[in-house]
Write a protein that binds this ligand. Structure first.
Ligand code: GP9
Ligand code: MN
Length: 626
């Protein structure tokens, strides 16, 4: 028996080895994980091991050989499935799965087209080792030992697993201090503790956040209120109240980045309408999206609440029951009929629930539109008919109204009908980028027709029209094609700059102006409310009025990157905007803390549902400090 043990390898060892090697191959082939030094390379290599050893190790507690085999097979399958799900998710979102996302099952059906685009025939290879393992189990070759481990060996096995885990954690801590407390970068987590441990960690975080709400009390809000009050930027007299009484039409323009504006492809203008409309509007060329995994819904969350979305999952899903003090609610209190318009399934991003919390009176969803084969493409109703039918709804609405509209055609994978093609595709290796220009151009046309429609119906003269891009359309997976288009390498600096999205406010009778303040979606709420003559002095918010003289040139991204007037902080480096090269980190350091504080305060509001303790009247009654 002893001899046999010495010559044989155990079944557990085979299963562990297969999954370990596979996970490592997946790291190398399916995720873009940046490795900068040998230590990082070593950590990446060992990081799947501890979890796999522990998971497979449990098989020793099964008495029968059959039970052991079955457990090993099922565990291998489940872990492979998790790995593969991450691969598919990563292709699409350039990110790893989180627990809250798994509960967004109502989104999965709608993802249809987009997801199938991400399945590849060769994906079967991800399961190749399972097939081999199944064969080995069936054939039962001599060199594999199917028997039980001795008590001694079992103990040694688990001790080694734990030792590998702590070695991994120790090295990760050396490589990236505070890794587990600063969770906003999932790539860093996967790179350092491994994909499986990352998922365990994510589950723990999720449980922690559920507990946080239960334990939160109003006293936590005091610091945050002080911060928010100190951050308040006095409205600009020239603009305060200038839009009072007018309707507000705000369009979330799907996946539209700013680089397409005033730009061409194959010599053809990509956004002729936006370029002209910007000239007649207050136009903000240094405006960035700040979204996380919740994409469109995160953008909505930002502009409504002037709070940051979450680093994991979509806050529309995870915290739809919270108390908010949204733009919609404020306008509603001021006599507006607030509504949202989006010709998609009402439960997508949990909007039907969240819109109620945000105080929208009405949601015009897919059921309120005449949607058919003819007027649909890609994800659903095309933008032109969507705007046409929305304008018809607007005519019927009580006035003044606030309508938040969300377009859909310019969405990954950017499929379009031939008849809607106004310019030619680009010619890179990325079909996604090539098609993107065509669908952006289509949305531009739809916006043009919408404005014409509003003019014809007389609504134009009474309405403020706000356009903002919700988030990027072209992820970093297309950097090579993007570099070809831009004619320069997509460095982390360029990548951060690519997060600029169009933002413009058209106010009838107000002259167009370019306002080059650095800002983002978080600034929309105070900027708009002040235009409508509603002060935000007593509100808990992180943005500032972009028209205020006191507005600071600063925008923090959800993942910890930030932009100031002269610098861009990305990839842990401080980049000089003038040279587009990394410079002394000290130029960025004052803002590192500001970014961390704001993100942390905002998270605390959301996790603790702290606005339920906030009483604006109490804030007003407080005597002025000092
Ligand atoms: C779906 C639309 C798209 O209703 O808002 O969402 P996205 O994938 O861009 O977040
Ligand atoms: Mn979107």
């Amino acid at each position: 028996m002893k001899g046999a043990l010495r010559n044989n390898v155990s079944l557990i060892a085979v299963a562990v080895l297969f999954l370990w090697i596979k996970t490592y191959i997946v790291y190398q082939t399916s995720f873009n994980i940046d490795i900068e030094n040998t230590l990082q390379a070593f950590i990446l290599f060992i990081n799947p091991l501890s979890f796999i050893m522990l998971a497979m190790g449990i098989s020793v507690f099964f008495k029968s050989e059959k039970g052991k085999k079955r457990y090993i097979m099922i565990t291998s399958f489940l872990l492979t499935f998790l790995l593969y799900a991450n691969v598919v998710f990563y292709r699409f979102f350039n990110d790893f799965i989180t627990v809250p996302l798994l509960f967004q099952t109502s989104n999965f059906a709608d993802l249809g087209n987009s997801v199938t685009e991400e399945f590849k025939w060769y994906d079967i290879l991800y399961f190749a080792d399972l097939i081999l393992l199944a064969v080995l189990l069936k054939v039962k070759p001599k060199f594999i030992n199917f028997g039980s481990m001795s008590k001694m060996n079992t103990r040694a096995y688990f001790l080694s697993a734990v030792a590998v885990f702590f070695l991994n954690l120790g090295l990760a801590e050396v490589e990236r201090p505070q890794l587990l407390t600063r969770t906003f970068d999932r790539e860093m987590l996967v790179k350092n503790i491994g994909t499986f441990n990352y998922h365990v960690y994510d589950v723990l975080l999720q449980s922690k956040s559920s507990a946080q709400r239960a334990l939160a009390d109003g006293s936590e809000l005091a610091d945050i209120e002080n911060y928010s009050a100190a951050n308040y930027a006095e409205p600009n007299d020239e603009y305060f109240g200038i839009a009072k009484g007018k309707n507000l039409i705000m369009v979330s323009v799907e996946s539209t980045q700013q680089f397409v504006m005033n730009n061409t492809v194959n010599g053809q203008e990509i956004t002729p309408f936006l370029n002209e409309f910007a000239k007649k509007s207050l136009y903000f060329p240094n405006f960035y999206h700040q979204t996380g995994q919740g994409k469109t819904s995160d953008a909505e969350f930002l502009v409504e609440n002037s709070l940051y979305p979450l680093s994991r999952g979509a806050v529309f899903f995870t915290h739809s029951g919270n108390e908010y003090d949204s733009l919609a609610e404020k306008l509603d209190e001021n006599g507006y009929f607030s509504n949202a318009m989006h010709a998609n399934n009402k439960s997508f991003w949990n909007r039907d629930i969240m819109y109620k919390s945000l105080g929208y009176e009405r949601f015009y969803e897919v059921g309120d539109y005449d949607v058919n084969e003819e007027n649909s493409v890609n994800w659903g109703m095309k933008d032109i008919p969507f705007f046409e039918q929305s304008a018809a709804h607007m005519k019927e609405m009580p006035k003044p109204f606030y309508s938040k509209m969300i377009t859909l055609t310019n969405h990954h994978p950017f499929y379009y009908d031939e008849e809607d093609k106004f310019i030619d595709e680009f010619n890179s290796k990325s079909g996604t980028l090539n098609r993107y220009f065509v669908t952006v151009r289509y949305t531009d046309e739809a916006l043009k027709q919408f404005v014409e429609d509003l003019k014809a119906s007389g609504l134009y003269e009474n309405s403020v029209i706000v356009l903002y891009g919700d988030h990027y359309g072209i992820s970093e997976n297309h950097n090579e094609a993007m570099a070809q288009y831009l004619g320069k390498e997509v460095t982390p600096f360029v990548s951060a700059q690519l997060q600029k999205v169009p933002f413009m406010i058209h106010i009838p009778g107000v002259e167009g102006k370019v306002i080059d303040k650095v800002g983002g979606q978080i600034d929309v709420r105070p900027t708009l409310l002040h235009l409508f003559g509603i002060d935000t002095k007593d509100d808990v918010q992180f943005g500032q009025d972009l028209l205020s003289e006191e507005h600071e040139d600063f925008v923090a991204f959800r993942d910890g990157r930030f932009i100031t007037k002269d610098y861009v902080y990305a990839d842990n480096k401080c980049w000089d905007k003038a040279t587009e090269q990394p410079t002394e980190k000290s130029y960025c350091s004052p803002y590192l803390e500001k970014t961390a504080t704001e993100l942390n305060y905002s998270d605390r509001i959301i996790y603790g549902d702290l606005l339920r303790f906030y009483d604006p009247d109490a804030a007003k009654k407080q005597p002025d400090a000092q």
